[in-house]
Design a protein. Sequence first.
Length: 251
Amino acid sequence: MLDAIQSALSTDGLIWLVLAVFIAGLVRGFAGFGSAMIIMPVASSILSPVEAVIFLVAAEMLGPLPNLPAAWREGRPRDVGVLMIGAVIALPIGLLCLSLINPLIFGWIISIAVIILLILTVSGWRYKGTLSRGLTIATGALGGFMTGFAGIPGPPVIMLYMASQLPIWVIRANFLLYLLAIDLVLFPVLWLSGLMVWKIALLGLMVGIPNLIANVIGARLFDPQAERVFRNVAYVVIACSAIIGLPLWKG
């Protein structure tokens, strides 16, 4: 076990991984989402694509746990369960498509779509209808597909809820529950598919300790009355995600 820990801690770029995970924990603790958008660009520049996803999932296993009881009380767990119906179905499809579709083409599609949706939301567009079961399942499916393909499950669900009329504390709680649930689904899928790299999983779990601390700090910074601040943080995170995700930076 000691050898495995030493091997994990010898990973090149460890300091940058720890820094990214800590910042991601602050953002997730405050806003309820956004950690994958921060961790993945850094992890993918240091680790292989599969290792980056494994690191992300393992690093986020512990972080949200202190905020889970409050999220369960304030959120709508049944709505999250409906989201996960779609996510569970589409996640393996995303993994399959990762091996069939040109990642550059998909990267352009996702980033451009997120930018368009962000512009619509910031401009004042809001989803006026109810969050129907069919719409929620479809949104969860798109999030699950993106999880399997790129390790980033948030944008579809973020855009759906940010455009809704739900109170911000409910939105934040649902984000927390959804992202933790999809991480718990992705981990066994990677394991069963034979893609698991245990050294990287162990590294992610160890780095999950500062992530946990950052989540607690971020949650203490959250003010349910500061809706404008909450939405602005969400918009900035979404915009950074779209820009960082552009294949333009990959040449």
